[in-house]
Write a protein that binds this ligand. Structure first.
Ligand code: PEP
Ligand code: MG
Length: 851
């Protein structure tokens, strides 16, 4: 097995082996760009390291030394030589994990090297600054010594002792903190560094990042060892990070920052506030021009917006890294559309570049101009990541919780904040530019972020911040705009979602390409209008029990459930009939000629029974019976295990009149629409079925009622009758059931619940430990459990297709989840149905899974 590669031996197709950083550096070398030379230790070597019980094998060490010899030949420099070789040692996984793992700069430094470098550069302060930084970074990353200790030491001694003495004192501190002598040998330093970079693959923040981003834990990281170039050498040196297009707006203009006389991490660490890249045009014009040319070459070569790290040493430009840049959802769409228009990408390639999961962010709109006029502007930072967010201020990541809408406000974010960032609605930082860690991570997650708002002063002890004369305490609401960088007091009203021309065009391409139909889950006219606007092709699930959640309608269904004698029942039924007929009519009108699947009542009874005393009293009054009587009826109806109790079609077996009246309302509304010239297509769906006999019992009743309506109305309409597939038994007997219906719709929420035996309401309490311990990789109520639940879906599809006319779809939450949609495409469903805000996600994911 070959473990260590020269840059010249690699290319971009070897990213799994060489990591993203290594593969891209090798590729840049291949196309002749200015890259400092280096070697790459492969991800296979990392896997071997873990296989060996976290030890570097002798074979690996020998290969590293062999390749270092070649590096020395190529550069004309030598470890500890007269012309000393210094290197950076950096991690580079196959998937970009910004800031999650470690980097060590200036490795190879020792007393002899420092002396030799002083002779070459004739600048003692510069050389000893490198030396000090090296000891500090090495101590922190390899040995876990707090870097603050070194900052303090330097602050205390700088200018008071000689450079050499400062280094001695740093080494003493290393010894005091670690109980070991600082390693003088460059080779020993290198092996220790490689060891710690491999180890950093398993550090806590890297693990959390991988879990959130669903990155495979087993791929391991490569290590890039690269000749150092010095951005801190003189006034004509510097370091920077730039994107080939604006990662927030997508505008085609290089966007980024640099710092003169600075080294590597200074810029991303957000410690000094950098200059915008356009200023480089004035400060180092020829470097700027060269950078623009290279940015263009890299973008065209990689066919994507690039995020480039560079260093300038004494007026000469070097590239240290390029990768596909993380971007806001807004920018992602604009860049994809622009690149097709520029002829750089085909439509299919452009579609594959957009992560559908971040699209809902685009639909959350902006602040309402009128609300903004009256809002109190607290201050302004930089627009770090597009979008707007409203939430309660929280100053520490560990205090951000899922239950509350929060805005995380931090001096600067560090990779430790990853969990807080992922849970908060938005992020504000006091320090750091638009390429600082917080902005990069937020953009990747599609979160709104404001960076570099220097007017904020955080008081961690009092848990409050002051900003331009205002004091905001933790827990108070603020509103932030990642478009403008503005921060407002309180909650600012939001506009309706924006659906701009780029997005429209992009979605139209996805629609041309996809196979799966995309429907929406909608139970109100507002939802239906919204989903239709986003491109839904009809309604795949109208939950009729939800129609009673609005206004006072709840009393109708409560009355229905709690009615006993025939008169009470008749009255309640008639009320329900009228309400439903009107609701269906209104929804049919919105959806016009598209399909509407109406799911007959599936109320977990406990959600509808009156609980509070005053509600029970009101119910007694409505039904004209005593309070005691109501209490007795509520007691009788109480299920011990409501989700598996008297719900779904069990209700229609015990009380057929309920479904009959709904079917009547659907058909009457349909006939009314048809009389008005609409070609309505109502489809009636029965929930929670467990077998064909149960289905037939209900179907017979429904058909009899529907025929009665046709007769009364003197008119017929086309309708379909189908069932949800939500229990394992239904899936196992799907051929028998399929023979009796026109369609199946997999209710994967219940199917997951019933197959896994996990409560959809309670499992959040105990599932985190399942992910942490690697028992489950993903949340099964969000992404379909392909191996288990998916197996049932696949079987049911095969069995169901024995009826050649059957149509099949899914309407559980999974219908809006990209990964699950890929699975539904594979098993050959006809459509997916999801909430209106996820319709766009589904359209894009459906196109991607068909490409
Ligand atoms: C389901 O179970 O997947 C479903 C869509 O029905 P509900 O969520 O209403 O139970
Ligand atoms: Mg269900």
């Amino acid at each position: 097995m070959k473990r260590v590669y020269l840059f010249a031996e690699g290319n971009k197709s070897m990213i799994n082996l060489l990591g993203g950083k290594g593969g891209n550096l090798a590729e840049m070398k291949k196309i002749g760009l200015p890259i400092p030379e280096g070697i790459i230790i492969s991800t296979e070597a990392c896997k071997e390291y873990y296989g060996n019980g976290e030890l570097l094998s002798e074979e690996l060490k020998n290969e590293v030394l062999e390749q270092i010899n070649k590096l020395e030949e190529m550069t004309g420099k030598k470890f500890e030589g007269e012309k000393p070789l210094l290197v950076s040692v950096r991690s580079g996984a196959p998937v970009s994990m910004p800031g999650m793992m470690d980097t060590i700069l200036n490795l190879g430094m020792n007393d002899k090297t420092a002396e030799n470098m002083v002779k070459i550069f004739e600048n003692e302060n510069f050389v000893y600054d490198l030396y000090f930084r090296f000891i500090q970074m090495f101590s922190e990353i390899v040995m876990g010594v707090e870097k603050e200790l070194f900052f303090e030491l330097r602050k205390k001694l700088k200018g008071r002792v000689s450079n050499q003495e400062l280094i001695n004192r740093a080494k003493i501190m290393y010894w005091e903190e670690t109980g070991k002598f600082f390693p003088e040998s460059a080779k020993e330093q290198l092996f220790m560094a490689i060891n710690s970079i491999f180890k950093s693959w398993e550090n806590e923040r890297a693990k959390v990042y991988r879990r959130i981003n669903r990155i495979d834990d087993s791929m391991g990281t490569a290590v890039v060892v690269q000749e150092m170039v010095f951005g801190n050498l003189n006034e004509k040196s510097g370091t920077g990070v730039a994107f080939t297009r604006n990662p927030s707006t997508g505008e085609k203009h290089v966007f980024g920052e640099y710092l003169l006389k600075a080294q590597g991490e200074d810029i991303v660490a957000g410690i000094r506030t950098p200059e915008p890249i356009d200023r480089l045009k004035e400060e180092l014009p020829s470097v700027y021009e060269e950078f623009l040319k290279i940015a263009d070459i890299l973008e065209k070569h990689n066919k994507d917006m690039q995020d480039i790290e560079f260093t300038i040493e004494d007026g000469k430009l070097f590239l240290l890294q390029t990768r596909n840049g993380k971007r806001s959802p807004y920018a992602a769409i604009k860049i994809a559309v622009d690149m097709v228009k520029e002829g750089l990408l085909t439509k299919e390639e452009a579609i594959m570049k957009v992560d559908p999961a971040v699209l809902p962010q685009l639909l959350h709109g902006n602040f309402e101009p009128a609300a903004l006029k009256n809002a109190t502007l607290l201050g302004k930072g930089l627009a770090g990541s597009a979008g707007v967010a409203i939430g309660r201020v929280v100053f520490a990541s560990e205090r951000v919780h899922t239950k509350e809408m929060t805005i995380l406000v931090r001096e600067e974010t560090s990779p430790e904040d990853i969990k807080g960032i992922s849970l908060a609605q938005g992020i504000v930082t006091v320090k750091g530019g638009a390429t600082s860690h917080g902005a990069v991570v937020a953009r990747g997650m599609g979160k709104c972020c404001v960076t570099g708002c220097g007017d904020i002063k955080i008081d961690d002890i009092r848990r409050e911040m002051t900003i331009n004369g205002y004091t905001v305490k933790e827990g108070e609401f603020i509103s932030i705009s990642g478009y403008t960088g503005e921060i407002y007091l309180g909650k600012v009203g939001l506009t309706k979602p924006q659906f701009d021309d780029n997005l429209k065009e992009f979605v139209s391409w996805c629609k041309e390409i996809k196979r799966l139909g995309i429907r929406m889950n909608a139970d109100t006219v507002t939802d239906a209008q919204l989903g239709k606007g986003f491109g839904a092709e009809g309604i795949g699930l109208c939950r009729t029990e939800h129609m009673f959640f609005q206004k006072d309608k709840i009393w109708t269904i409560r009355g229905m459930i709690l009615s006993h004698d025939t008169d009470e029942v008749a009255r309640a039924l008639e009320k329900m009939h009228q309400l439903q007929r009107e609701d269906f009519y209104n929804i049919f009108k919105v959806v016009e000629n598209d399909v509407v699947i109406v799911r007959l009542l599936d109320p977990p009874l406990h959600e509808f029974l009156p609980k509070e005393q005053k509600d029970k009293e009101k119910m007694a009054e409505i039904l004209g019976v005593s309070l005691e009587e109501i209490e007795r009826r509520v007691r009788n109806l109480k299920d011990e295990n409501p989700m598996l109790g008297h719900r779904g079609c069990r209700l229609a077996v015990t009380r057929p009149e309920l479904y009959n009246v709904q079917a009547r309302a659907i058909i009457e509304a349909g006939i009314q629409c048809k009389r008005e010239g609409l070609d309505v297509k109502p489809e009636i769906m029965i929930p929670l079925i467990i077998g064909a006999k149960e289905l037939l019992f209900i179907k017979k009743n429904l058909i009899a009622e529907i025929e009665k309506v046709f007769e009364e109305q003197g008119m017929r309409i086309d309708y379909k009758l189908g069932t949800m597939m939500e229990t394992p038994r239904a899936c196992l007997l799907a051929d028998e059931i399929g023979a009796e219906v026109d369609f199946f719709s997999f209710g994967t929420n219940d199917l997951t619940q019933t197959t896994m035996g996990l409560s959809r309401d309670d499992s959040v309490k105990f599932m985190p430990e399942y992910y942490e311990n690697g028992i489950l990789k993903v949340e099964p109520f969000a992404t379909i459990d392909e191996r288990g639940v998916g197996k049932l879906v696949k079987l049911a599809v095969e069995l169901g297709r024995k009826n050649p006319h059957i149509e099949m779809g899914v309407c559980g939450e999974h219908g809006g989840d990209p990964k699950s949609i890929e699975f539904f495409e594979q098993v050959g469903l006809d459509y997916v149905s999801c909430s209106p805000f996820r319709v766009l996600v589904a359209i894009v994911a459906a196109a991607q899974s068909h490409i």
